[in-house]
Design a protein. Structure first.
Lengths: 342, 326, 473
């Protein structure tokens, strides 16, 4: 896990290292009302060989800040205050922006952002946009075009799509085109920020199927950001539930869905309306914490149905509750959570 | 079914300008018939372009219908004018999708909620404050007096949507038309807002027509669900029956696409229908769903646009072959 | 309020607000202290400015080096001596002043104010008493007597003071030549002093036709012989013309440019703010109607906007001024009539977006009237933009008026900065080196424009949501 290459030298990819390791990440934003730490001490790893990790959270939870720190796409008033980001043994958080842009983004970490359809340039043909970076990297036009055409075909777009302009494509087709563009350099890691939130359910299901196929056949690592636990469980091997800038619970999807050990995860799961069950979904009252104000105890205490005195004064740490399964609650270590009504 | 609200062959066409003179007709809603009983919650479910929002606007008389008619409690709403129209406006409240855009950022909650009272003038001004506070209490925004002084931008999406509901409820309407009331609200607040609508429905005998793309939410909040595709209601019936025993291939496709937090999902691909919904400007002939339908009958579905037939579990379904029950 | 706080949060905004406040305070002061009808009764009346030096630079040029003559006005106070002789009374006033060896007064003038007499007109004399004891008579005259048929008591010079320009009086040169010649034993040709007697009045002849300046304490002595002790001299003064004047200098008519500049300020603000207000009001109203009503009204308004937007304004204005005469209100009217289309087009597009939005939908569903929707749900969204546009428009209107005045199309009854510039330009101020004549109004225009520009620049991030930081939750 230690950085094997000092910055500036040719990176040596350590086959034993995890694909992505985020250690003690803190992200701060400078706002009119002072500095807000919207991500605080977040650590997780992503195994090589096509693991998908879901980052789940409500708006303002910090999930997007985490991935923006990984992809160096933080807004101008944001910065990584603490922590290391290690990609296959190389500490990419130490690279300069210029170097990161040249060597890492798109070629090793590809990003499909929220509302990706809007990120297409309306006056360029799909093919020109898809081959732009390849051509810049010195690939011959013919080769670049062939490579991109194959990718368009792979994501299920009809022949000739490369000659069309973005406005001629439907929302689903544009999202497929954006995914194809992300794959041109065969990246090791694909960061997907709410890639289907603007799509209709039936199209969303098609895209999710496509992502599953890509994950299986390419062994590509995925970081999947969503507010929808159901959607995340469809694709991700592991999920991390983010709340108030911290990871509340991280673990294998199956274990986490079957037996959440953090009350927030439990409430989030309970609040999802189940189509095949007559049981009414549960409440999760209140609003996420305001991080501009210091919270002495547990950040979920104000909304927690299981809250007790200690929660209001002392902040709980992540505790290991199972294999690769950590949760942040004083009750986590005591086995399954007590039942909650509502 | 006593038709408190009765939609009879309602169609809405738009004319979209193409170039200088040419216009293309867009058939947003095509011959929708639906009976809604007093005190019932009917959810209209569909994807973008299905015509569900246009239908909701027609019901609010914000959109003129091209054919057919909408009758509310015996009055065809297209004929209403003057005082009758204002009375209709008092009887029918509206909630919109985006609680960020639907509330004026320049007004305090008090003024937003009181707007209906001010516009109609049926309640003496001296009673406005009490009515506003009562409406805020009714949507569980408390302390109401403190909330009334706030501006929307200081509130969360869920709180704003409650303000929008309070604005609609302050005139004590009999009908509430809600366009995607929770789609832009944080996941954790959705359940509460839907439960609030249910409570208003039960305690005040409110009739609710909601429009949504979220079948799972509809199943838990509505009494009946009407599934729309390409401007038509393809299947309609009691919520539980429709979800547990879908008879139309499109309803089945929608159900299969709903992401459930089930570990088993990860190991298999979703059963999805190929392609995308057609543009209302270029609908396929025959049944509009046939190009995507997994059980289309060649030679029939391309030419026959099936009429609605009674559905065994209640309601109606529009398919040349009503699929056998599950 | 939030708008003001936003503006004040930036340095640019604070500078703008501070400048605006000073301009407004100054304007109020001007409006309160300047006489009504300043343009015609004061600025346009040469008599008012007769005692001022013509085309001299501002006094502060002295600071930059150079010794200029100070402009001095000596007015009478109480008489130093009153003597009875029979029924008549002789009153004497003295006006002392110091004269250095530096620059001489550019001219001397004597002005007699109101004189009241009962029977016979008083006679009077004005003498210059020099440090060397020489006394030179400057004026000797009798107050104008009764006209045929007029009966006493008589009032003279009340409405129009009686003024004698000592410097150009041939009698003075002769008196000076005599007095100095006698004292210093030289012969002086009075003709050599014609038009410029000051060298002799304040100097000692060297016998070769030249003069050495004589520094020291001088005084004017004014002696009045009244036939009746009840006769009154209310006012008299001697002016020693300076070679610099005021904070802004004078023009060729001797007008104090500072007064003109000060008077121009409220006019400029009035022109700028009223034109901006009316034009934004029209632009906004038409934009709202156009965007919200649609249909024929929309086509009509947009058509008109397109046409007016493409009419060349300046030639039209020149033409109209020629036909209808130059009046300020007319200029304003035309400025307003031709400046609304841009705003209308922008507001219309904003309204088109808003009127299909859910805030308006919700208001419609509540049964709100068109007027209420426009007022409560559409206009507030456009208001910040409208306010910024209005502020941006203010310097435009001021400069447009200045431009027209500069072309000689201004309203003569109201001196504006543009007209002062035009006066200077027509007189050839630039070529004659009267730089202060151009600098003052130019600077005033720049400062006023910059004030509003600063305000608009500071407002931009406050009202433009895309530039506004922070989240919306």
């Amino acid at each position: 896990m230690s950085p094997l290459t000092p910055a500036g030298e040719t990176p040596v990819t350590d086959p034993a290292a995890p694909l992505l390791s985020v250690e003690g990440l803190a992200v701060e934003y400078t706002t009119a009302r002072g500095v807000v730490r919207s991500v605080d001490g977040v650590s997780f790893t992503l195994k090589t060989g096509g693991e998908a990790l879901g980052l789940i959270g409500e708006s303002g939870s910090g999930k997007t800040s985490i991935t923006s720190a990984v992809t160096r796409l933080l807004p101008r008033n944001g910065r990584v205050a603490e922590g290391r980001i290690v990609l296959a043994g190389e500490e990419v958080s130490r690279l300069s922006d210029e170097e990161f842009r040249k060597r890492i983004r798109w070629s090793r970490i590809a990003v499909v952002v929220q509302g990706a359809m809007a990120s297409l340039n309306p006056v360029l043909r799909v093919g020109d946009q898809g081959t732009e970076r390849l051509r810049a990297d010195g690939v011959a036009r013919r080769d670049a075009e062939a490579r991109f055409a194959a990718l368009l075909d792979r994501v299920g777009l009809p022949r000739g799509t490369e000659k069309r302009y973005p406005h001629e494509l439907s929302g689903g087709m544009k999202q497929r085109a954006v995914i194809a563009m992300a794959l041109t350099h065969d990246p090791q890691l694909l960061v997907l920020d709410e890639p289907t939130s603007a799509l209709d359910v039936s199209i969303q299901a098609q895209i999710m199927n496509l992502l599953k196929e890509l994950k299986r056949e390419r062994g590509i690592g995925m970081l999947f950001i969503t507010h929808d636990l159901g959607l995340a469980s469809d694709l991700c091997d592991r999920v991390a539930v983010v709340y108030g800038g911290q990871i509340r619970e991280i673990g294998g999807t199956d274990a986490l869905l079957a037996g959440p050990r953090d009350p927030y995860t439990e409430r989030l799961l309970a609040s999802i309306p189940r189509i095949r069950s007559a049981e009414a979904p549960g409440f999760l009252p209140g609003a996420p914490p305001d991080l501009r104000v210091a919270i002495p105890g547990c950040r979920f205490a104000a909304r927690c149905p299981l809250v007790f005195d200690r929660c209001r004064t002392e902040a709980p740490d992540l505790v290991t509750v199972g294999e690769g399964h950590d949760a942040r609650c004083f009750l986590s270590a005591d086995g399954p959570l007590p039942a909650v009504r509502g | 079914m006593s038709g408190f609200i009765s939609l009879d062959g309602v169609s809405v066409d738009f004319h979209v300008r193409r170039g200088l003179f040419a216009t293309t007709p867009v058939h947003a809603v095509r011959g929708v018939s639906l009976e809604i009983a007093r005190g019932e919650h009917v959810a209209i479910v569909g994807e973008s372009g299905s015509g569900k929002t246009t239908l909701g606007r027609a019901l609010l008389r914000l959109q003129a219908v091209s054919a057919g008619r909408i009758v509310v409690d015996g009055d065809p709403i297209a004929d209403l004018a003057g005082d009758d129209l204002m009375r209709f406006r008092r009887r029918v409240g509206a909630i919109f999708q985006d609680p960020y855009a639907s509330l004026s950022p320049y007004m305090r909650v008090r003024e937003i909620v009181a707007e209906g009272l001010v516009v109609h003038g049926t309640v003496p001004a001296a009673e406005h404050e009490a009515r506003v506070l009562a409406a805020l209490e009714a949507v569980r925004l408390s302390p109401a007096a403190e909330i009334a002084d706030r501006f929307p931008h200081t509130m969360s999406g869920g709180q704003r949507q409650r303000v929008a509901i309070a604005r609609a409820m302050v005139l004590e309407p009999e009908i509430l038309v809600a366009d995607e009331p929770v789609s832009m609200v944080d996941a954790s607040s959705r359940v509460e807002i839907l439960a609030l609508l249910r409570e208003l429905q039960v305690s005040r005998g409110l009739t609710i027509v909601s429009v949504t793309h979220d079948l799972a939410s509809a199943r838990h909040s509505a009494d009946r669900i009407a599934v729309m595709y390409a401007g038509r209601i393809v299947e309609e019936g009691p919520a539980a029956s429709l979800v547990d025993d879908p008879r139309h291939p499109y309803t089945r496709a929608l159900l299969a696409a709903v992401p459930e937090p089930d570990p088993a999902n990860r190991l298999r691909d979703r059963a999805v229908v190929p392609g995308e919904p057609p543009s209302p400007a270029a609908l396929p002939p025959g049944c509009a769903f046939h190009p995507r339908c997994p059980v289309a009958i060649a030679g029939t579905c391309e030419v026959t646009d099936p009429a609605a037939t009674p559905r065994s579990g209640g309601g109606q379904v529009a398919c040349v072959r009503e699929l056998p029950g599950a | 309020m939030a708008l003001l706080r936003g503006v004040l949060s930036s340095g640019v905004g604070r500078a703008g607000v501070a400048l605006l406040l000073s301009l407004v305070v100054l304007s109020i002061g001007v409006v309160l202290t300047f006489p009504p009808g300043f343009g015609l009764t004061r600025w346009g009346d040469p008599a008012v400015w007769a005692d001022n030096p013509k085309a001299v630079p501002p006094v502060w040029t002295n600071v930059l080096g150079g010794s200029a003559a100070e402009h001095r006005t000596l007015s009478i106070g109480a008489p130093v001596d009153v003597r009875q002789s029979g029924p008549a009374e002789l009153r004497t006033w003295e006006l002392p002043f110091a004269q250095g060896t530096g620059a001489l007064p550019t001219f001397l003038s004597f002005t007699l104010g109101r004189v009241d007499y009962a029977g016979r007109p008083p006679s009077y004399r004005l003498l210059l008493v020099r440090p060397d004891g020489v006394e030179i008579p400057l004026v000797r005259d009798v107050v104008r007597g009764p006209r045929p048929g007029e009966t006493g008591p008589y009032v003279r010079y009340a409405d129009e003071p009686y003024r004698v320009l000592i410097s150009s009086d041939p009698a003075v040169t002769e008196e000076a030549a005599d007095a100095l010649g006698a004292q210093y034993g030289v012969t002086i040709d009075p003709a050599s002093l014609r038009g410029r007697p000051e060298v002799a009045l304040f100097g000692v002849p060297d016998g070769a036709g030249g003069y050495t300046p004589l520094a020291g304490d001088y005084r004017f002595r004014l002696a009045f012989a009244f036939a009746d002790p009840a006769d009154v001299l209310a006012e008299a003064k001697v002016v020693l013309g300076g070679s610099v004047y005021g904070w802004a200098g004078t023009d060729t008519q001797g007008r104090d440019l500072m007064e003109g500049l000060l008077f121009g300020l409220p006019i400029a603000l009035l022109i700028g703010i009223s034109a901006a207000f009316v034009s934004t009001a029209i632009g906004t109203a038409l934009g709202l109607i156009s965007g919200f009503k649609g249909g024929r009204i929309d086509l009509l308004i947009q058509g008109a906007a397109d046409i007016i937007n493409n009419v060349p304004l300046l030639p039209l204005l020149i033409f109209m001024v020629f036909v209808l005469g130059s009046q300020l209100w007319l200029i304003l009217l035309v400025l307003v009539a031709f400046s609304w289309p841009g705003l209308t087009i922008t507001i219309r597009s904003m309204v088109l977006g808003l009127s299909t939005g859910s805030e308006v939908e919700a208001a419609r569903a509540l049964g709100a009237s068109t007027g209420r929707i426009l007022r409560k749900h559409i206009f507030p969204h456009t208001a910040p933009f409208v306010v910024t546009q209005m502020i941006f428009f203010v310097p435009g209107a001021i400069l447009a008026e200045a431009g027209l005045s500069f072309l000689g199309l201004g309203d003569p009854s109201l001196p504006t900065w543009g007209q002062i510039l035009e006066d200077g330009f027509r007189t050839g101020a630039v070529f004659l080196g009267y730089w202060w004549w151009v600098l003052g109004p130019g600077l005033a225009l720049v400062i006023t424009s910059v004030t509003f520009m600063l305000l608009a620049i500071a407002l931009e991030p406050v009202v433009n949501p895309r530039l506004r930081g922070g989240d919306r939750g």
